[in-house]
Ligand binder design. Sequence first.
Ligand SMILES: Cc1ncc(COP(=O)(O)O)c(C=O)c1O
Length: 407
Amino acid sequence: MTAPADRTRSSEELIRAEEPVLAQNYHPLPVVVARAEGAWVEDVEGRRYLDMLAGYSALNFGHRHPALIEAAHRQLDRLTLTSRAFHNDRLASFATGLAALTGQDMVLPMNTGAEAVESGIKVARKWAYEVKGVPDGRATIVVAADNFHGRTTTIVGFSTDETARSGFGPFTPGFRVVPYNDLAALRAAVDDTTAAVLIEPIQGEAGVIVPDDGYLTGVRELTQRANCLFVADEIQSGLGRTGRTLAVEHESVVPDLVLLGKALGGGIVPVSAVVGRREVLGVLRPGEHGSTFGGNPLAAAVGTAVVELLRTGEFQRRARELGVVLREGLTALLGKGVVGFRARGLWAGVDVDPALGTGREVSERLMREGILVKDTHGSTIRLAPPLTVTEDELRQALGTLEKVLAA
Ligand SMILES: Cc1ncc(COP(=O)(O)O)c(C=O)c1O
């Protein structure tokens, strides 16, 4: 690690200083990170931790990947923001590269994941009115129970998590919720008003829920037959995490719209995008949608460097190969504190025996042993290391998990 950390205040002091002035919408683990490199972070006191969360997949290439840092530095020295009132000389290559990487025609650049989801919803509705011919104001979108698509009021309105929804209504109408991984329920919910089916190919926040083989193919066939769009939220599952560029590629499925975010910004800047077919994204006309920062030159430069890293296929290959190590390691822990797990590529939801503690308690014990993870619901913890993690580091994390569960 290069730049030294600022050690003027201790972790404890910094945590205490946050409390009165920061909105308490998070409950972070009590670790104060001061610098990082690759798969490792260091706290204010100089203690090192293996990052097995990777910013919920925003750090797929690890902390401060040299190619991404260099692209950002180079761009910082030239041009950072124009707004879309003008063109900038970085956006064309970003859009061309991202469309080619994902096998789509067009790109709508935004910033955060939730904005990409909101944008996808708007595009799907507009497509339904202009192309499908749904009567004005009647378009519906079918979503899955236990979804996580972000935190805006429209999005939490169709969440089934009461903590995310409660106290934030009234909500945007026009959404139908069906159980995930249930094609019959989906078929029953789709009708002439349906603009789109919006799902995560793997439900991350729900605990890395991998649907049955054939589900995504079924969603593709069903939406095609019903003349509605398949919108895949790949904000967490996409960009190498599962061993493919997109998780839908495991079933060779091509959605009409793909939502990307997190790793698209290389862990440096927020970059998200809707990518899709020309017939769909082409419904947007000047003035109908936008974002001051969407497609800014710094974001486009970093995003282009991300696309170049993914074009090598190296990260997808690492996720596939190390995914085998992860799966084997977790299988060996079944009955030794682990009661179940779901995994694809370098991504796993691990159900810990509730008798051994909540997911939060296990995460805190792992933190004290130098491993950073995050719990989801109940006794589930999520593992999503940077795709640059080495096999030794991964085995170290699995060994520490075994030790913590045995203690
Ligand atoms: C599948 C999915 N969609 C959307 C989002 C929202 O992204 P953001 O937090 O950047 O708004 C997330 C974030 O965790 C996500 O996992």
